[in-house]
Design a protein around this ligand. Structure first.
Ligand code: SF4
Length: 399
């Protein structure tokens, strides 16, 4: 696996999710989550296999009900990659998932159904040697702090030390942006309060788990906006040496999710923060894996699976249909998995300079292009033959 010495990885504890290690100096792994009903074993397995074929290291499945938990043994047996059970609310489902052999359980400790539930899940996970991810997000933290406050309303302030802190937490949560010219600043301030609160809530649960002797934890603290998510993970990385699962929650459809994820994952990973990633988007989970790979490959943290096309934006100097050429090249090389760099440049101003850094490239002129191979000009090619000439050179490199 490629390592990038330019980014100093934060030293984290290592946990093992089946055969996949997370943390320490191990490569940043890619996760995704199925969108099928888990109880539909055939569909779920088909999607797991598509995700694994696309390069997904770990797949999470939702386990909202008993029939979903009942499907886990067969899914675990047939899955090509370790499976993670995503559990909310129900202790018995988390225990059942562990017995079914899932490699990890993801839960939000704040919403488990009984006070002893978390303790029992941690105890069984410890016996079986399985890690747990504690994942909070901005929405669940609001709900958890609100619920704690409601539970403690009967508790007189002086008799209940936690009451004041909970009331402060809730005050931070419900703070609303001011109306008028300062509204933007107040909104930003309210968002800034959320990140420390998410980390406080999460670290409370970590301390409880560690008190119980459970240390195989992975943590995540996702918000749906970029600044809060960045802040939460930066704070978390200072608060704990546990491995971190990076992502932004409710990231939106493809284009929005790609942008938000690239900012969050790119910024944090380049600061050395993050041990496993999930790009979440509204759409096919296979696209989550492809985007995650793209981000990791651009950072030099994972080998590229496919061509790296570098092409100029074009401008008034360009005399060929460069946009059409790049689109056609992308479509015709979709199945090429070799990590070649192909440059497609629109004129002689920057074209030759960029093209020489690529394995194969063209720099266009008026109605023609100069073909480059490993930095050397090979020949002049008429515009109509540029695509074929590039494909021919790529095929030679792959031969
Ligand atoms: Fe314009 Fe040439 Fe630069 Fe492309 S390479 S953007 S055509 S100056």
């Amino acid at each position: 696996m490629a390592r990038n010495k330019r980014f100093q990885r934060r030293v984290t504890r290592v946990v093992h999710v089946g055969p996949v290690p997370i943390g320490g100096a191990h490569p940043v792994s890619i996760q995704s989550m199925t969108t099928t009903h888990t109880r539909d074993v055939r569909e779920t397995l088909a999607q797991i296999r598509r995700l694994a074929a696309a390069g997904c290291d770990l797949v999470r499945v939702a386990v909202p009900s008993l029939p979903d938990a009942d499907a886990l043994p067969e899914l675990v047996r047939s899955s090509p990659v370790p499976l993670i059970a995503d559990i909310h609310f129900t202790t018995s489902l988390a225990l059942k998932a562990l017995e079914a052999g899932v490699a990890k359980v993801r839960l939000n400790p704040g919403n488990m159904d009984d006070p002893d539930g978390l303790r029992r899940v941690l105890a069984r996970a410890a016996e079986l040697g399985r890690p747990i991810r504690f994942g909070v997000n901005s929405g669940s933290v609001r709900a958890a702090v609100g619920a704690r406050l409601v539970r403690r309303r009967a508790c007189p302030p002086r008799a209940c030390a936690a009451g004041a802190s909970d009331r402060n937490d809730l005050a931070r949560l419900v703070r609303r942006p001011a109306r008028g010219p300062r509204a933007g600043a107040a909104g930003a301030s309210a968002r800034r309060d959320l990140a420390p609160l998410m980390v406080d809530v999460l670290m409370d649960w970590v301390r409880q788990a560690e008190t119980e002797g459970f240390r195989d934890l992975v943590l995540s603290a996702k918000a749906s906006d970029v600044p809060t998510t960045l802040e939460a993970y930066r704070l978390l990385s200072r608060a704990s040496d546990l491995p971190l699962h990076l992502g932004i929650t409710a990231a939106g459809p493809m284009d929005e999710a790609r942008t938000r994820s690239a900012i969050v994952l790119g910024a944090l990973l380049s600061e050395g923060i993050g041990d496993t990633v999930r790009v979440s988007l509204t759409g096919s989970p296979v696209n989550e894996v492809l985007i995650a790979q793209e981000i990791l490959a651009e950072l030099g943290l994972r080998p590229r699976l496919g061509l790296r096309i570098i092409s100029c934006p074009t401008c008034g100097r360009c005399e060929v249909d460069l946009i059409g050429l790049v689109e056609a090249l992308k479509a015709r090389t979709r199945d090429v998995l070799a990590p070649l760099t192909v440059a497609v440049m629109g004129c002689v101003v920057n074209g030759p300079g960029e093209a020489v850094e690529a394995d194969v490239g063209i720099a266009a002129g008026k109605g023609h292009g100069i073909l480059f191979r490993e930095g050397k000009a090979v020949r002049k090619v008429p515009e109509k033959d540029l695509l074929d000439a590039l494909l021919e050179e790529i095929a030679k490199k792959l031969a």
